[in-house]
Write a protein that binds this ligand. Structure first.
Ligand SMILES: *Cc1c(COP(=O)(O)O)cnc(C)c1O
Length: 354
C-alpha cells in the first residue's frame, strides 16, 4: 500500500478496492472489443457460471448497485397494491431512499422487529394477520437480509421456518444478499442450500462488497418472476452498455473461488476484531459477530478520539454503538492498530472520569 494511502477505513466493505482476481478478469475483458448491452461473450459465460454455481437453472441479470437490485427485484415480485414484509433495520427500509416503493409504484414496506436483526415466522404472521380487509396493502413478499444488517446470519433452519410461514400465506421470498458470500462462509453452506433449497425466489447477490469494482447479480430461482426484467432494468437506467465489465470481474470471483476466500477472510478478520474488543474492559459487543461486521458500544469520548485519529466508521444503530466492517483485504495489522487506539482512548476516558 502506498505511503499516502491511509488505511484507516473500517466503515464498510465498500471502502476496499478491487480484488486481484476481479481485476485480472476486468483486464482480460478489455483485451478485445465485444458486443454491447449484455450480448457479449463474458456476460453469457458469467450467467452460465452462475447456473452451475447455484446448481440451478436460474435467470441472472447484472445491475450497477444493490439499491437497484433490491428495488427492481421487489417491484417484479408484486403489484403496487402489495406490501413487502421486512425487518425494521432492513437496508430496503432504512438505506434506499424509498427506492423499493418508487420502483414498485408504491408497494408499502411493513416492518417487524426481531432479535439480532432477524425476522421471525411469528413476526411475519403478526403483520399478515393484522388485517384482512381491502384497506390494508396486501402482503405478498417477505424480504430477508443474509447476512443481516447487524452482522448475524439466518441458519438454514431459520430460513426454512420463514419459508414455511411464507407458504402458509402465499408470500414470495426475497433475499438481500449484500453479504451473501459472508453468510455462505459463516455457515459453511453452499449457495444452493441458502437459496432455492430454502425456498428463496429471488436473490440480490452483491459483488461490490466481495471485491468487485461494482456490480450486483439479480438471481431469479422463480423464473416466472423474471419476465420482462430486462426491460425493467433498462427503464431504470441499469442496463450497462459495456456489461462485460461487470460480468467479467464477477466471473473472476466465481471461477477462481475468490468469492469464498474473500468472504472467509473478511469474516475471520471480524472475528479477530470481536475477540480483541471482548478482551478490552469497558467495551460491549452488541451482536454476535457471525459475518464480517462488528458492532460495539463505546463511550462517546472514545468514538470522538477514534475519529480524530482518522478512523472511519458508522454509528447509526443504538446510542453509542460503532460498526466496524472487514473486507477481503483487511489485515490484522490494521485491526491491531484500531484495537490499540481503542484501548488507549478507553484508558484516557477512564482517567478523565476518575
Ligand atoms: C450495501 C448494502 C446494499 C447495497 O447498497 P448500494 O449502496 O445500493 O450498493 C444492500 N443491502 C445491504 C444490507 C447493504 O449493506
Amino acid at each position: 500500500m502506498p505511503a499516502d494511502c491511509s488505511p484507516r477505513f473500517v466503515a464498510s466493505d465498500n471502502t476496499s478496492g478491487i480484488c486481484p482476481e476481479a481485476l485480472e478478469y476486468l483486464l482480460k475483458a478489455n483485451a478485445c472489443d465485444d458486443l454491447a448491452y449484455g450480448n457479449d461473450s463474458w456476460t453469457q459465460r458469467a450467467a452460465d457460471r452462475f447456473r452451475s454455481f447455484f446448481d440451478y437453472d436460474c435467470e441472472v441479470f447484472f445491475v450497477f448497485n444493490g439499491t437497484a437490485a433490491n428495488s427492481l427485484s421487489l417491484a417484479a415480485m408484486g403489484q403496487s397494491y402489495h406490501s413487502v414484509i421486512c425487518h425494521e433495520l432492513a437496508h430496503i427500509e432504512t438505506d434506499e431512499c424509498g427506492g423499493p416503493e418508487f420502483f414498485s409504484n408504491g408497494s408499502k414496506l411493513l416492518t417487524a422487529s426481531g432479535a439480532d436483526g432477524k425476522l421471525t415466522p411469528q413476526g411475519i404472521e403478526r403483520l399478515v394477520t393484522k388485517r384482512s380487509d381491502i384497506h390494508y396493502p396486501k402482503p405478498r413478499v417477505v424480504s430477508i437480509t443474509q447476512a443481516t444488517e447487524v452482522g448475524t446470519v439466518y441458519t438454514r433452519e431459520e430460513l426454512l421456518g420463514i419459508r414455511a410461514m411464507a407458504d402458509k400465506y402465499d408470500l414470495r421470498l426475497h433475499m438481500d444478499g449484500a453479504r451473501f458470500a459472508n453468510a455462505c462462509a459463516s455457515l459453511a453452506a453452499s449457495p444452493a442450500e441458502l437459496t432455492w433449497q430454502a425456498g428463496v425466489d429471488v436473490l440480490c447477490f452483491s459483488g461490490t462488497k466481495n471485491g468487485l469494482p461494482m456490480g450486483e447479480a439479480v438471481v431469479f430461482f422463480n423464473r416466472e418472476l423474471a419476465e420482462d426484467f430486462d426491460y425493467r432494468c433498462k427503464q431504470a437506467g441499469q442496463l450497462a452498455s459495456k456489461m462485460r465489465f461487470i460480468a467479467a470481474p464477477w466471473l473472476g470471483l466465481i471461477e477462481t473461488g475468490a468469492w469464498l476466500d474473500n468472504a472467509s477472510h473478511a469474516n475471520a478478520m471480524a472475528g479477530y476484531l470481536a475477540d480483541g474488543l471482548a478482551a478490552l474492559p469497558g467495551t460491549e459487543l452488541m451482536f454476535p459477530a457471525q459475518a464480517n461486521s462488528v458492532f460495539v458500544k463505546l463511550p462517546p469520548a472514545v468514538l470522538a478520539r477514534l475519529r480524530e485519529l482518522g478512523w472511519t466508521f458508522y454509528t447509526f444503530i443504538g446510542a453509542g454503538g460503532a460498526r466496524f466492517v472487514c473486507a477481503w483485504n483487511t489485515t490484522t495489522e490494521l485491526l491491531d492498530d484500531l484495537l490499540s487506539d481503542i484501548r488507549l482512548a478507553l484508558e484516557a476516558s477512564h482517567s478523565n472520569v476518575g
